[in-house]
Design a protein around this ligand. Structure first.
Ligand SMILES: [Zn+2]
Length: 544
């Protein structure tokens, strides 16, 4: 209604886009997107289904006495602009970057002390080294900037009333002003935004650019898309073909081994369940050592287990605890503080079961429902593309999320891909970090092949410098997908070819400003086949 968010926090409901009819009655679902389709009883128009049911109190407390936690995710390519724009919206001189202070870790401190004595040939007992190391631990080592933190001063006040500020230590002329003051000493007085860089908005933008589809129009109740969270069928492959029982490779928040195992154990069929799984997977000791065992043992269902902060407050209020106490308990639990004796007694008084109290005590950190909803919404939209416009999905994933994409092992068919996967598996922990990072990309490449799609060769003229392109029902890898070919060399080639075809390898080197190493990479991939070495036509060429 206010236009600040597309997340509708009201209870699940139907509303008519034509005559404004609405229906907030309980249809037995906890999330509006899970409501069955229905038409307006007044005018027959298809009703909009909405409402993800987020209590406002999680945000500001019952009396507006909680400092709000505001996180905004922007495309990484856009984050700097977003930070600048915050100052435009909120007023000049009101926004300051949050600083970070790096301190000396225990192990580093131990190393410092040990080296000090070794270098000076002083013999020192390990107990004394440890004692001195403890004294060094936690001392300021360096300062930096928080990746997204922005501190906001209310209009009419000055930052100096709250804390000191400074330019970055290495650049007194920078227009960035930072505060390194301990935020928790002023968090009751100043608001902090987290304006982070994130891949999901970049991915969604590229999908929109390729397909022309506005991501906001994607139906969040699409059955086929929902099915990949519990089966591979909608992708047209069997679990054996892709070595996974669910179809979520590459889907943000749901693609990792950890979360895929959760999906296999819970087989979610509703949007509400996806939100719960997102909450479970983002917490610390919320799923592992906690809800997982409860669900397995049949003590609690996914719907009953504690998944997000909001669950606790809503549940306790429903059990008859006073709202303020329910809120307080939620705040203690989500910060990992467990329960006080009084809180536990109050819960028992209202018949809160033992497993629930236990579960509260184990939680160390947990997501608010609003975060989970925002992440699942983005994930679901991206998953929709995976099901319905697969090539756009794979091209986008490889362009933005696959830093370790290596054409040599990936674009020449699935047997080569399987070979590499087997090799990495065989090496286990001995595999290089590069190979370990490559594994999830191989999973996606294999899945793409198994769904019947292929790569086109890397092409000197047709390949983009850095982006994968959808072309003739296949994917054209970019120049920099050749291992060893850097982004700058690839872009040099792309720029140079705009001024006409290359007449020789020497011509490429000169116009694209690349060296022999790049030329031999192009040779390896057959990109310069038949091209002469130099611009001079040789006598041999002239004879034929
Ligand atoms: Zn109507």
């Amino acid at each position: 209604m206010t236009g600040i968010t597309e997340v509708n926090a009201l209870k699940p409901h139907y509303r008519c886009p034509n005559c404004k009819y609405s229906d907030f009655s309980d249809h037995g679902v906890k999330n509006g997107f899970d409501l069955p389709d229905a038409n307006c009883p007044k005018c027959g128009t298809k009703l909009v289904k909405d409402g993800v049911d987020i209590p406002f109190e999680t945000f500001l407390g019952f009396n507006g006495d909680k400092e709000p936690d505001i996180d905004l995710n922007f495309s990484g390519e856009y984050q700097t602009k977003a930070h600048k724009y915050a100052e435009v919206i909120l007023g000049q001189g009101t926004t300051f970057k949050a600083g970070t202070i790096g301190t000396i870790a225990e192990k580093t401190a131990y190393g410092y002390v040990k080296n000090y004595f070794e270098e000076r040939n002083i013999h020192m007992s390990s107990a004394e080294i440890e004692r001195l190391a403890v004294g060094c631990t936690g001392i300021k080592r360096t300062t930096g900037q928080h990746p997204g933190g922005v501190v906001v001063v209310p209009k009419g006040r000055e930052i100096y009333e709250f804390c000191p500020v400074q330019h970055p230590a290495d650049d007194p002329n920078s227009d960035i002003i930072t505060t390194h003051f301990d935020y928790h000493s002023i968090d009751k007085n100043l608001l902090k935004f987290d304006m982070l860089g994130h891949d999901d908005p970049t991915v969604i933008r590229m999908l929109q650019d390729i397909t022309g589809i506005d991501p906001k129009t994607i139906p969040l109740d699409d059955k086929k898309t929902m099915s990949i969270f519990s089966s591979t069928e909608a992708l047209g492959v069997t679990p054996e073909q892709i070595d996974s029982k669910v179809g979520t490779f590459g889907v943000p928040e749901f693609g990792t081994r950890f979360v895929r195992d959760m999906l296999v154990e819970t087989l979610p069929k509703t949007f509400e369940e996806l939100v719960r799984i997102s909450g479970l997977s983002h917490g610390t000791n919320v799923w592992t050592n906690n809800a997982q065992e409860l669900v397995k043992a049949g003590t609690a269902t996914l719907a009953e287990a504690i998944c997000t902060r909001d669950d606790i407050m809503i549940y306790l209020i429903s059990m008859g605890l006073p709202a303020q106490n329910s809120f307080k308990i939620m705040e203690c639990v989500r910060k990992g503080k467990g329960l006080t004796e009084e809180q536990e007694a109050l819960m028992r008084e209202h018949n809160v079961p033992d497993w629930y109290i236990d579960s509260c005590k184990k939680i160390e950190y947990m997501f608010p429902k609003a975060h989970a909803v925002a992440y699942v919404t983005m994930a679901f939209r991206i998953a929709w593309f995976k099901v319905h416009i697969p090539l756009a999905y794979y091209a986008t994933y490889f362009s933005i999320r696959a830093d370790e994409f290596d054409s040599e092992v990936m674009i020449f068919g699935k047997s080569k891909v399987r070979e590499k996967m087997a090799e990495i598996k065989r090496l286990g922990n001995d595999a290089t970090q590069k190979d370990k990072n490559m594994y999830p990309i191989l999973e996606l490449v294999l899945e793409m092949y198994e769904r019947g799609f292929n790569f086109l060769p890397v092409d000197l003229y047709k390949s983009d410098a850095i982006k994968f392109k959808v072309e003739d029902g296949a994917i054209r890898p970019p120049l920099n997908s050749i291992a060893g070919m850097g982004g700058i060399a690839a872009q040099g080639i792309q720029q140079a070819r705009e001024n006409g075809e290359f007449i020789s390898k020497q011509d490429i080197k000169k116009r694209a400003k690349v060296g022999d190493a790049v030329i031999s990479l192009l040779e390896k991939f057959g990109c310069v086949e038949g091209m002469s070495e130099t611009n001079q036509m040789s006598l041999f060429d002239a004879m034929f």
